[in-house]
Ligand binder design. Structure first.
Ligand SMILES: [Fe+2]
Length: 194
């Protein structure tokens, strides 16, 4: 007999939170943290997907560059989830809930030239880092402790983004993917530049 599975949802009701933080502010911070958790869980999976699917002359450089990024992003996911729990809420890490809550498309490239993947990942990191910075702004007043965590993570994410961008940067300092709004466009411009 088929079993019915219900999708896990983050519990927004807080029975308690950290001392000195208003429970309604805490609930707002939890919602922000849950979206960052979803985004970085998605990023960790996407980076592994690229690690497996790069081909071409830059294979080994990109393949070996990505695993430390996966490890670093997974640690960030753990920090976000445990901050949610510390605030008295329940972090949600199931795949179904992630897909239901996300506002972005699945990564589209599969087996592809390493430089095309770098063009697509440039666009992915732009979205992640822009949203992390928005979360920094949004947590400034209610919870500087959460904001501090997001600031530290943003610094690491920006470093990883530079590693990606260095593959698609010209000697004059321009990005060959400049102006790309989608992963497909970024990949296309990076591919043509070679
Ligand atoms: Fe591997």
């Amino acid at each position: 007999m088929a079993t019915t599975r219900t999708r896990a949802k983050s519990n927004g009701k807080l029975a308690y939170t950290v001392p000195g933080l208003d429970p309604s502010d805490s609930a707002k911070v939890v919602a922000i943290l849950q979206q960052r958790l979803n985004a970085l869980n998605d990023l960790a999976l996407t980076l592994k997907h690229v690690h497996w699917n790069v081909v071409g002359p830059n294979f080994i450089a990109v393949h070996t560059m990505l695993d430390p990024q996966v490890d670093g992003v997974r640690l960030m996911v753990d920090e976000l989830a445990e901050r949610i729990a510390t605030l008295g809420a329940s972090p949600c890490g199931t795949p179904g809930a992630l897909v239901a809550a996300r506002t972005w498309d699945d990564y589209r490239l599969v087996r592809e030239d390493a430089i095309a993947h770098m063009g697509a990942l440039d666009v992915v990191y732009q979205g992640i880092i822009t949203d992390h910075r928005a979360a920094i702004e949004a947590t400034d007043e209610p919870d500087p402790v959460t904001q501090d965590l997001l600031i530290k993570q943003s610094g690491e994410l920006e470093l990883y983004h530079w590693f990606v961008r260095a593959h698609i940067e010209t000697p004059s300092g321009a990005l060959v993917t400049s102006g790309s709004k989608t992963e497909t466009a970024g990949a296309g411009r990076a591919r043509v530049s070679r």
